[in-house]
Design a protein around this ligand. Structure first.
Ligand SMILES: [Zn+2]
Length: 407
């Protein structure tokens, strides 16, 4: 138990989707929220000894969540060089600055989706042990992919240092999932199809249903989240039939895929920020085949995302941060992308709070409610009027993680 803090005079956007509350008040006892609601005489009296923070009408929101981040990539177009030339140790040291930027930008939770040498698990541990400052991390360690699959373009000795564990067959998939869990992973990332950042067709199915099922079973036993990178419609459906909780990217999601997402209560993470590759790519030096492939699925991606939104599929914010020009600490751009594709500002905020927390099976964060963990941000301005202000780090006035003020 720590000191009591009372945050008053806030525009309270609690993540639950209700109208924002003017003159809102939140009381923290150590890491926990013990009151959230209107500021009235009774509350002020009850907590008269609390440390008072007058927010002067600024917005008070749950800490934001990015469900798809790579800490070993730097946002450089020359990612192959980095993947080959940098040791996991060097990449881990470079991640220290990234996680600090992420939390200072208002993101108090991230899920990492495949990092070399399982460095994300080490970074997570260093944060939990208080050695460095950063968000809560749900880590994947290495992702699982097939021989010659998405990301497996290097000689074998590099794969060992790389972001992936190569598996062929359900037995190997199960073993690799167990290895990640043993190392401390919270999520099992599966490559269900090809992708934009490596040679070969992006839509072709890769891990089979049986291979993914074996890994999902292991994740489920420990209540960890299974997730699938999936671009093509067959791979998306294979992953959902195998029981994954989140579909990453989902470009060629078809009607049947939408039905499966709804029936399984699964989530779509459209990672729209990853299209920055196209915006700056060619002059920036991104490989030509990446540009071509990403351009090929961009149109379908937007069209199918809108269909999923209309069908009521649960959509969470995930950026694929680390991919070309998609820098750590700029995750709030994804909310603007969701609004451009038809979401209201409130829906976009929920995709980064309540829905994202649900996708990651985090029951204690994502909304501002009595009894939940005090992951909060204070924003100088109203993001419901202009979602882009969340991208301005100077407007993120305060960040609290577990009741502790970080910035
Ligand atoms: Zn990714």
């Amino acid at each position: 138990m720590g000191a009591i803090k009372l945050l008053k005079n806030a525009l309270l956007i609690d993540g639950g989707g209700d109208e924002p509350l003017k003159n809102g008040c939140v009381v923290l006892d150590g890491a926990q929220i013990i009151y959230s609601g209107k500021e009235d005489h009774q509350v002020s009296q009850k907590y008269s000894d609390a440390e008072i923070l007058d927010l002067n009408g600024m917005a008070l929101m749950p800490g934001l969540i990015d469900t798809h981040v790579h800490l070993s990539l730097h946002g450089s177009p020359h990612y192959f060089n980095e993947m080959i030339m940098e040791s996991p140790t060097l990449a881990a040291l470079k991640a220290v600055k990234k996680v600090r930027r992420i939390i200072e930008s208002g993101f108090t939770t991230i899920r990492t989706m495949g990092d070399k040498g399982q460095l994300d698990i080490a970074v997570k541990t260093a944060i939990e042990q208080g050695d460095i400052i950063g968000p809560r991390i749900k880590a994947s360690g290495n992702c699982l992919k097939i021989t010659g699959g998405h990301g497996d373009m290097f000689p074998n000795h590099v794969v060992i240092l790389g972001m992936a564990r190569i598996v062929d067959g359900p037995v190997e998939a199960r073993k690799a999932a167990r290895e990640q869990l043993k190392a401390g992973a919270d999520n099992i990332k599966l490559m269900a199809t090809g992708g934009g950042m490596s040679p070969g067709p992006p839509t072709v199915p890769q891990l089979t249903i049986a291979e993914m099922q074996a890994a999902v079973e292991e994740a489920d036993k420990y209540e960890k989240t299974p997730a699938a990178h999936a671009i093509g419609s067959e791979g998306i459906k294979n992953a959902l039939r195998a029981g994954v909780r989140t579909i990453e990217h989902g470009s060629f999601l078809d009607e049947e895929g939408i039905d499966l997402l709804l029936a399984n209560d699964a989530f779509l993470i459209p990672t729209l920020a990853a299209f920055k590759t196209l915006k700056y790519g060619k002059e920036g030096g991104v490989p030509e085949y990446t540009i071509e492939k990403v351009r090929y699925f961009q149109t379908a991606h937007a069209k199918n995302l809108k269909k999923a939104m209309a069908a009521g599929v649960k959509i969470a914010v995930g950026t694929d941060a680390g991919t070309p020009f998609n820098y750590h600490g700029e995750s709030a751009y994804e909310l603007e992308c969701l609004v451009k594709n038809g979401y209201s500002a409130m829906q976009a905020i929920q995709a980064a709070t309540k829905v994202a927390a649900e996708a990651l099976m985090l029951e204690d964060v994502g909304t501002i409610e009595k009894g939940k963990i005090a992951d909060l941000i204070v924003v100088n301005g109203n993001p419901l009027k202009n979602i882009k202000i969340l991208q301005d780090i100077k407007k993120i006035e305060m960040v609290f993680k577990e009741g502790k003020r970080i910035s």
